[in-house]
Design a protein around this ligand. Structure first.
Ligand SMILES: *Cc1c(COP(=O)(O)O)cnc(C)c1O
Length: 387
């Protein structure tokens, strides 16, 4: 982890240009920008990807956050949008047309799957799913009409990793756009662009705010790719980030590197505890020394975040639910990435208990917040004893 560069970007990049020597950037809560004459307005409108004249396109508070996120990811440009799903849908839709094919990892974020399976089907775009852990399997799924290869490493709930450099190189040879959801690792621990991935997408609703107080997304890539997304999707579909949201994101970003280090340390301590507990069958935390893909994890990530899952030994969904209900410091909620610890048993994601796949009955996902790890471990110990 390049801490000097990271903290420079987060604390200082463009900050000495702020009006009135303000240390915190202003929230430009304005829909329009006025110009001294028509020539200046006309010029701004012609170069619309780079100028603020209407906040559906650009806004200085939003642009400041975009420049920092692009620099953090090592991309030329970034666009912030109103949710992680807006980032994902824009990145995918910009590079497919009727008749095209997409390859995606099986255990991707649930709404990503719905987008690819149900929404894109209306436009005659086909999708194939791969487990993703075997690069050969991924390559074999590529077809002549494949235009997008969508990755999420680690995958949602199951934490399976993909060999990003190997897959990106194969996709590049075939002129296929690679998109990677990097929400879990954040740009602090992983920079997919350095591994050859074309576009990185984020749900900024997670660690970028760090306070569970915004819904936002970001897409990062080359100048050409981001300007294509901007012109071809964003200006028409309009997932506009609010300037106040961008400001909250900037505030969150200032502490991102410090928080991520604490999430990593806390999660590693809790994952190690769970691994040694007789009530736990398996722990899925990529940075655990015993993890099946630990060698790949160490190549991809310089650290790991606070989100992971584990499998309780119980075969009864009601026991997994009682375990989650007994916890006191862990709150029961969706999402993650804030200062607080959270829990969600996978069983409650299925409307009927009969539909829960047998290997997911005892599967529980937790987010390790910024509480003292020893307090979280004591809480988990009590809840495990309640099963
Ligand atoms: C939450 C999440 C998303 C969706 O982000 P929103 O901001 O809720 O739209 C996408 N990918 C991953 C991995 C997520 O956890």
């Amino acid at each position: 982890m390049d801490t000097i560069n990271t903290s420079y970007i987060l604390h200082h990049m463009h900050e000495d240009e702020l009006p009135l020597n303000a240390v915190s950037p202003p929230v430009f809560q304005t829909s329009i920008f006025c110009f001294p004459n028509c020539k200046a307005l006309g010029e701004a409108m012609q170069d619309d990807a780079c100028h603020s004249f209407y906040s559906r396109g650009n806004n200085p508070t939003v642009n400041l956050a975009e420049e920092k996120i692009a620099a953090l990811e090592g991309g030329e440009r970034a666009k912030i949008v109103s949710s992680g799903m807006a980032a994902i849908s824009h990145a995918v839709m910009a590079f497919v047309k009727a008749g095209d094919h997409v390859v995606c990892v099986e255990d991707c974020y649930g709404w990503t799957k719905t987008l690819l399976v149900s929404y894109l089907a209306r436009f005659n775009v086909k999708v194939s799913f791969v487990e993703g852990t075997d690069t050969g399997e991924v390559i074999a799924a590529l077809r002549p009409e494949t235009r997008v290869l969508y990755l999420e490493s680690p995958t949602s709930f199951t934490f399976k990793l993909q060999d990003l450099p190997a897959i990106a190189a194969e996709a590049r040879k075939r002129n296929i756009k690679t998109i990677m959801d990097n929400t879990w690792a954040t740009p602090i621990f992983c920079n997919p662009i350095k591994f050859g991935i074309d576009l990185v997408v984020h749900s900024a609703s997670k660690y970028m705010s760090g306070a569970s107080d915004i819904i936002a997304g970001a897409v990062i890539g080359s100048k050409d790719d981001i300007e294509l997304i901007y012109r071809q999707e964003y200006l028409q579909l309009g997932p506009v980030p609010d300037p106040l949201m961008a400001w909250l994101m900037l505030r969150g970003l200032r502490t991102l590197h410090v928080r991520m280090k604490a999430h990593h340390e806390g999660a590693l301590a809790v994952a190690s505890f769970l691994e040694g507990h007789p009530g736990v069958e398996r722990v899925f935390y990529p940075m655990l020394p015993s993890y099946t893909q630990i060698t790949l994890a160490r190549r991809l990530f310089s650290g790991a975040s606070g989100l992971f899952s584990f499998k309780l030994r119980t075969k009864k969904p009601e026991e997994a639910i009682r375990f989650a209900d007994t916890l006191r410091l862990f709150k029961r909620a969706v999402s993650w990435g804030g200062y607080e610890s959270l829990v969600i048993p996978n069983a409650i994601c299925y409307p009927n208990a009969a539909d829960i796949p047998p290997d997911r009955v005892g599967l529980v996902r937790i987010h390790i917040g910024l509480e003292r790890p020893e307090d979280l471990i004591a809480d988990l110990e009590k809840a495990l004893a309640a099963i």
